[in-house]
Design a protein around this ligand. Structure first.
Ligand code: F6P
Length: 343
């Protein structure tokens, strides 16, 4: 078969291992794998280039995506879906594998629903907010990177007897903030799933400071705040999502904490640093397993499905179910917050 593969949305470590696995598994079926550049943008423009063993054999340790990516949404463009259908024909593709998060796979799901496009999905996102899969590759690496950043902040916070606030990515789900704070031993974490209570936070941080002379707070970029330090708070990307990093939620929390506690406070936004770098072993393995599964799904003609990692097993789920709503931090985790972060 001649199978196209594209990567869409924000890049994250694990994309290259997944692309590599698709080529490796494709070899077993004598497939031709066609790399589509820049996500759905490449499909709108009908671009593609064959990927061979030599193109992918050394990329398992590389961050980013060798195919490039974009947040282009064909459904937001005049005649976009038809252009995708035309490209499937001009590139002579028998099937398409879309690697992405909620947005990219949402497009795949609609193309399948509207036109029965022979598409399967591969889940990726550092946010870990995709439903119907326990983990997405990119999350482990990004959270490990921010955890390490928090450990560095502890050194300087301790030396200066300061409060340090670390803002992490993760969009409207708090997975990255939760895992960063847990793994790095923060004193407090603010998640989009829990309303912000500045009074309570200030009191608890004062207590931590009195006890040990410093404090560490992790803030998810997606927390609900009424005011921000940045006027660009409503700027949106091409998928129509607010660019949350521009609201600078961490800087806002730091300012409020300093005002209320009278303790010297600094904030840091890790931003895109946490999206780069080599994938962790977990992300390399997960990317590989779901990549292999995607090729198997194509050969089983299970179109409209996404490879998924559930209950320790690689399986498949309907794209529609996976993209219906985002996966927020589970209630079981929220119940553990008072255990992990003492007030
Ligand atoms: O979805 C991944 C993500 O890294 C989010 O955590 C973040 O809000 C967003 O992408 C940033 O997007 P961009 O790279 O377009 O600034």
């Amino acid at each position: 078969m001649r199978i196209g593969v594209l990567t869409g949305g924000g890049d994250c470590p694990g994309l290259n291992p997944a692309i590599r696995a698709i080529v490796y598994r494709g070899i077993d079926f004598a497939d031709e794998i066609i790399g589509i550049p820049l996500g759905w943008k490449g499909m709108l423009e009908g671009e593609g280039k064959e990927l061979n063993l030599k193109d992918v054999e050394e990329i398992i340790s590389q961050g980013g995506t060798i195919l490039g990516t974009s947040r282009t949404n064909p459904y937001k463009m005049e005649g976009g879906p038809q252009k995708v259908l035309d490209s499937l024909l001009s590139l002579k593709l028998d099937a398409l594998i879309a690697i992405g998060g909620e947005d990219t796979l949402g497009v795949a799901s609609r193309l399948y629903g509207d036109f029965k496009v022979r598409v399967v999905g591969v889940p990726k996102t550092m946010d870990n907010d995709l439903s119907e899969t326990d983990f997405t590759f990119g999350f482990d690496t990004a959270s490990t990177t921010s955890m390490e950043a928090l450990e560095r902040l502890r050194d300087t916070a301790k030396s200066h007897r300061r409060i340090m606030v670390l803002e992490v990515m993760g969009r409207h789900a708090g997975w990255v903030a939760l895992y960063t704070a847990l793994g790095g031993g923060a004193d407090a974490v603010l998640l989009p799933e829990v309303p912000v209570n500045l009074e309570e936070l200030s009191k608890s941080i004062l207590k931590h400071h009195q006890r040990k002379g410093y404090g560490l707070v992790v803030v998810s970029e997606g927390i609900e705040i009424t005011a921000t330090t940045d006027s660009a708070q409503n700027e949106v990307d091409s998928f129509g999502h607010i660019i949350l990093g521009k609201r600078a939620a961490g800087a806002y929390i730091a300012k409020e904490l300093e005002k209320r506690t009278k303790l010297e406070t600094r904030s840091v936004q890790i931003g895109h640093i946490q999206r780069g770098g080599p994938p962790t072993l977990f992300d390399r393995v997960l990317g590989t397993l779901v990549g292999i599964k995607a090729i198997d799904l194509v050969h089983e003609e299970k179109f409209g499905y996404m490879a998924s990692y559930k209950d320790g097993k690689v399986t498949e789920v309907p794209l529609e179910a996976a993209t219906k709503e985002i996966k927020k931090v589970y209630a079981t985790w929220l119940k553990l917050l008072p255990v992990l972060f003492k007030k």
